[in-house]
Design a protein. Structure first.
Length: 261
């Protein structure tokens, strides 16, 4: 089991594939999905793959195999807007309708920039942000789909509600009419301690199952988003329904050009 959990690290540490090598990108996605299936608690229902595309140009994102991924994850509202505009201006048709998830810390004044442009906001971590998402979604007569971010490692520098406050926070978010909570998200501490990571992932799955059992109105515990390039297989073994990988597919990040940031 330990060997399997290191396979994404070996992918990530390999040479970066050529910038526009569709075949290499597809091969990496297939290999990762095969590992997810192999490590899943339920092999018939492995976690989905969200490809993290921070700093990746839209022309390269367009090479991803859509039928093998959930969508793409972006960290910054400004970059989301820039990439969408660039794709339209340059007619990058393969980028159209590709589901975008907001996975980075979201400031309340940036909600207006992404509402209606993203399929899922994974970083809902405070009631002030929830209120603004609800307000902006109401103005557009849409429902904003969100995950509650949990600071499972209780790290002061990271966003997220504390594990002990998760139930109350989700109940508060769910009272807002234009917002739907569809699961939980976590970013774990940077650590090589597999035992620590496994215990935190397990705690996240427990919170997820507890909330699902509560059957709270306005809440559907569909997604448990946890696990990144260094720890995705451990997360998969502990019950993730979605993992977020970037460098394992694209190689080391490159600086995005100013025109599409």
């Amino acid at each position: 089991m330990g060997n399997e959990s290191n396979k994404t690290d070996r992918l990530a540490s390999g040479a970066e594939p050529p910038l526009y090598d569709r075949g290499e990108i597809h091969q990496r996605v297939r290999a990762i999905n095969a590992m997810l299936k192999l490590n899943a608690r339920d092999p018939d229902n492995p976690p989905g793959l969200l490809v993290v595309t921070k700093t990746i140009p839209v022309e390269r994102i367009a090479l991803l195999p859509r039928d093998q991924i959930i969508g793409i994850g972006e960290n910054r509202a400004q970059e989301i807007r820039g990439k969408i505009a660039h794709a339209v201006d340059c007619r990058v048709e393969s980028f159209d309708n590709l589901p975008i998830h907001m996975i980075g810390r979201l400031q309340t004044n940036k909600v207006v920039d992404i509402i209606g442009r993203v399929a899922l906001i994974q970083s809902l971590d405070r009631i002030e942000l929830a209120n603004e998402i609800d307000r902006q979604a109401g103005r557009r007569d849409i429902i904003a789909h969100c995950l509650a971010q949990v600071n499972i490692g209780q790290e002061a520098q990271k966003g997220g509600v504390s594990p002990g406050e998760t139930m109350d926070a989700v109940r508060a978010f769910a009272r807002l009419p234009n917002l739907r909570v569809e699961g939980l998200m976590a970013v774990l501490p940077a650590s090589d301690d597999e035992g620590l990571l496994r215990s935190l992932f397990r705690r996240m799955r427990q919170l997820f199952d507890q909330l699902r059992a509560e059957s709270i109105a306005g809440v559907s515990m569909t997604h448990l988003s946890m696990g990144m390039t260094g720890d995705a297989m451990i997360a998969t073994q502990e019950g993730a329904t979605m993992v977020r990988l970037g460098s394992a597919i694209f190689g080391p990040r490159v600086r995005v050009s100013d025109e599409i940031r």
